[in-house]
Design a protein around this ligand. Structure first.
Ligand code: NAD
Length: 357
């Protein structure tokens, strides 16, 4: 039996996670899986109900589970709160508390959706790249930080910091993933300007010695951004720091044309993971039954592959999603021309039907 913590969160979180739960229930019923679901609170709803965006109870339950499925957090209702109480703090907090340092963000373009990309179809069609982003270090967590008074004016400070052990462990993640893919890691840094990136590059070279079957190359982040838009198919696995990964992975996501299609995984050293769509809580469309649930359903596929050792079932979900797209069904965000537009709920039902057929 696997115990899965379900954290729907805010906005469209509840709607999209409900569709993923239908998929899990179908796997339990038809593929002798035994995924036991427990529900918890995170984000704005957790603040409303407990006064904290990350209640202790959620962390306690998470530590007792095999995996976590998260919807999304945040919304305008909670923006006036002081920073430490905001929903997004819950998300940073759970990643950090559970040591989820390795963030895998695939950018895959389904051939059926090639026209949804803003790039020419020949540049993006068949795109399948994996960004491995360091998630619990770097400038998002480095000290000192803050805004203070210096020389009679306000002065803002953040610190980009990495221990070599933090760089090495994300390096190992990237190389091990590349071994199961195209055997090429591109490490992205800014070593021409930043000392912390010089160390990053040195450690990546050291780690690479343990993976002679994988090629390592390096790019400065400005060039990497340019190459992602010029010729994204040159990449197999990109590994980079927290800040650079945040920016580059959103850019890569948009190459595929739809933020509603892309899942992600955040893993610890033992492949315990939290799985979530890359998009946010989309308050503008919450409660309207129009959100695309496929990124969340594909997050279940990643969970089966990376944490639950069920690569075959993971592939079944991917194929079911592809089948539904082949049949011309689309949620509004990915629809064009003759497509059959369906709502969030119906899309979930269609994937379950494809899975069971
Ligand atoms: P967003 O990703 O929520 O939405 C951006 C745009 O994409 C919106 O137009 C939205 O309608 C659309 N969209 C997003 N997901 C979609 C889906 N599944 N189907 C169809 N359309 C979809 O980003 P935002 O508007 O910048 O942020 C909204 C809130 O989400 C903020 O509070 C932000 O802090 C939070 N946020 C949370 C996460 C997370 O939980 N991991 C990530 C990013 C943003």
């Amino acid at each position: 039996m696997s115990k899965i913590l379900i954290l729907p969160g805010d906005g469209i979180g509840t709607e999209i996670v409900s569709q993923a739960v239908k998929v899990i229930n179908s796997l339990n019923a038809n593929h002798s899986m035994d995924m036991n679901l427990v529900h918890g609170l995170i984000g704005g709803i957790a603040y409303d109900e407990t006064g904290s965006p990350l209640p202790d109870e959620t962390i306690k339950t998470a530590k007792d589970c095999d995996s976590i499925l998260l919807g999304a957090v945040g919304g305008p209702k909670w923006e006036p709160l002081e920073r430490s109480l905001r929903p997004e703090r819950g998300l940073l907090g759970i990643r950090s508390e559970l040591g989820l340092f390795s963030n895998l963000r695939p950018a895959i373009l389904y051939p059926q959706l090639a026209s949804a990309s803003s790039l020419k179809a020949e540049i993006v069609s068949g795109l399948d790249l994996m960004i491995v982003r360091e998630l619990v270090g770097g400038i998002y967590f480095g000290e000192p930080r803050g805004v203070e008074k210096r020389n009679g004016e306000r002065f803002g400070i953040n610190s980009a910091t990495y221990y070599e052990s933090e760089i090495a462990r994300i390096g190992h993640s990237a190389f091990q993933i590349a071994q199961k893919r195209g055997k090429h890691v591109c490490s992205v840094d800014k070593a021409n300007v930043l000392e912390v990136c010089e160390l990053w590059r040195e450690v990546m070279e050291e780690v690479s010695k343990g993976y002679p079957d994988v090629k390592l190359s390096h790019l400065y982040v400005d060039n990497a951004a340019m190459q992602l838009v010029r010729d994204p198919k040159q990449f197999d696995v990109m590994v980079t720091s927290n800040l650079f990964g945040d920016v580059l992975s959103d850019c890569a996501a948009m190459l595929t044309g739809s933020i509603g299609m892309l899942p992600s995984a955040s893993l610890d050293k033992d492949n315990f993971g939290m799985y979530e769509p890359i998009h946010g809580s989309a308050p503008d469309i919450a409660g309207k039954d129009i959100a695309n649930p496929l990124a969340t359903i594909l997050s279940v596929s990643m969970m089966l592959k990376y944490s639950l050792n069920q690569a075959d079932l993971a592939e079944k979900i991917n194929i079911a999603v592809s089948d539904v797209l082949d049949q011309g069904f689309r949620t509004r965000d990915i629809a064009s021309g003759e497509d059959k537009v369906v709502g969030t709920n119906e899309m979930g039902d269609l994937v379950v039907k494809a899975l069971e057929s």
